[in-house]
Write a protein of this length. Sequence first.
Length: 263
Amino acid sequence: MAINPTVSVETHDMRFTADNALELVRAYDVVVDCSDNFRTKFLINDAAVLSRRPAVFASVYQYEGQLQVYKPEPAHACLRCLWPDATLDGVVGNCAEAGVLGPVPGTVGTLQALLTLKILLGLPGQLGGELLLLDFMSFSNVKLKAPRRGACIAPACALIHAIAREDSDIEIALPSLAAASERRLEVIDIRTAEEVAAQPAEVRHIAMPILLAHPELLSPAGRYVLVCASGKRSLATARELRKRGLSVHSLAGGLQALKPDHR
């Protein structure tokens, strides 16, 4: 602020959700995605499309980065033009699991800032209908065509008509795994076999990929709470299984939120 005294910073001490996404995005000229999970990225995307606001997206994985710009114009595709259904968090590796070098997100973030300034100042080179892929191991880059879906007529979208609301009771907090039985819930541990071996839990174990591929392993008449290390994978899995009519919850915060003697 001392360097740029004319800059005004507004903060919002709240979680970005389906309930406030449109209100927040509509209040600004450009939205910049700095999230680390797919659900938030697609929520930002959908809110930007419905609010007709430009958005600058970025993703990193180990030594690679990706940049994309959405604007409510015919040349600009949104995330759902390329991936109609949001990727489930936990299905693919994330930075916490696969690792990332600090300069990679730093460099990608700087490019995001550059793209944002280009939008605000009307400068050329705003990645219209393109994905910029960066490989920091070889210092190579490539641009891929990312056209808008033929069914979409700018600025409208053929797939996005409203912000999807989250089931209010999908995440539940428990003082212990034993407390699940008091609520007539069966605990399903969806961690990998390696995680379970390193930190055993005396509950039924079905790894996330197996459960998603074979939801019939759970009874339609049963009531379940899914657990993983941090609650991210169990939440993503619970969302998917609810689409298939199963009564499932996710343990908020995962096993790390429980005291060691309560796991």
